[in-house]
Design a protein around this ligand. Structure first.
Ligand SMILES: Nc1ncnc2c1ncn2[C@@H]1O[C@H](COP(=O)(O)OP(=O)(O)OP(=O)(O)O)[C@@H](O)[C@H]1O
Length: 244
């Protein structure tokens, strides 16, 4: 039998919770395929906040997101969500608790239409963030380029449109925390601006955002806090004046 179901607001760990609302990460260490990759990562993301992980290739940004999603082995530290323990929960329970993952590779279903891809992401019964349900009309308003291609196959979309679709599909499940791996990677400048505007709207809706970013400008536009990672550790992290 797996670990007990997450019952938020009732499930409290013995130690004081990191954050009563949103995501808490404290002293996180994790490994991939038996190789230690994260050694000491701590941060918090509250509802309606955005935190960007910055750092060079191999710093551990993706691994931090994977650890939140339960997709790598956590060897030390704590993960909490709305004050309840998240550490060592299986990915499907983490997803059911309202955490959505947008992988770097996008992974849209090329043979399905935009509308069908979004339908795949629906998670009926999951309570939405403060702004309400992400139904089709809201998603189309959020990403106008998708609205124009609603009945087209996803394989025909540009890279930027596929990135929008990957986000829209995850949003369709009404997550209250969105994990985004390099959302601006490989996008044309105009598309990057559209992406930043859309993510700002999602944030204003009350959704918490934790993103991995290589582009500092994009991160600064969007994030309330920047957290610098190097070799699996937080090297700098602050609300303002962050520098590397
Ligand atoms: N399957 C694996 N087994 C062992 N080590 C791995 C595995 N995948 C990644 N790593 C290592 O983990 C470290 C952190 O990788 P991670 O992908 O989290 O970095 P990142 O900051 O997201 O950088 P990038 O932008 O290159 O993805 C790197 O040193 C990488 O080589």
């Amino acid at each position: 039998m797996g670990p007990p179901a997450l019952t938020f607001n009732t499930l409290k760990t013995a130690a004081p919770p990191l954050a009563e609302a949103g995501l808490g990460i404290s002293g996180l260490a994790a490994e991939r395929d038996g190789v230690p990759v994260l050694f000491d990562v701590s941060l918090e993301v509250g509802p309606g906040q955005a935190v960007a992980l910055l750092g060079p290739n191999g710093a551990g940004k993706t691994t931090t997101l994977l650890a939140v999603m339960g997709l790598v082995r956590v060897t030390a530290g704590r993960l909490t969500w709305d004050g309840g323990a998240l550490t060592h929960q299986p990915p499907h329970r983490i997803a059911a608790a309202g955490i959505g993952w947008v992988p770097e590779e996008r992974r849209v279903f090329a043979g399905l239409t935009v509308a069908e891809n979004i339908e795949v992401g629906r998670r009926p019964g999951r309570p939405p963030a403060a702004g309400g349900d992400w139904h089709d009309a809201r998603l189309a308003e959020l990403f106008p380029p998708l609205a124009r291609r609603w009945r087209q196959r996803a394989g025909l979309l540009s890279g930027g449109e596929q990135q929008m679709l990957a986000i829209a599909r995850t949003l369709a499940g009404n997550p209250r925390l969105l994990l985004l791996d390099e959302p601006s990677e490989g996008l044309a400048p105009l598309i990057v601006d559209q992406m930043a505007a859309a993510l700002a709207t999602i944030k204003a809706d009350g959704v918490a955002l934790l993103l991995s970013e290589q582009h500092r400008g994009f991160a600064e536009t969007l994030a309330d806090r920047l957290v610098g990672l190097a070799r699996g550790r937080v090297v700098e992290g602050t609300g303002d004046g962050f520098s590397r």
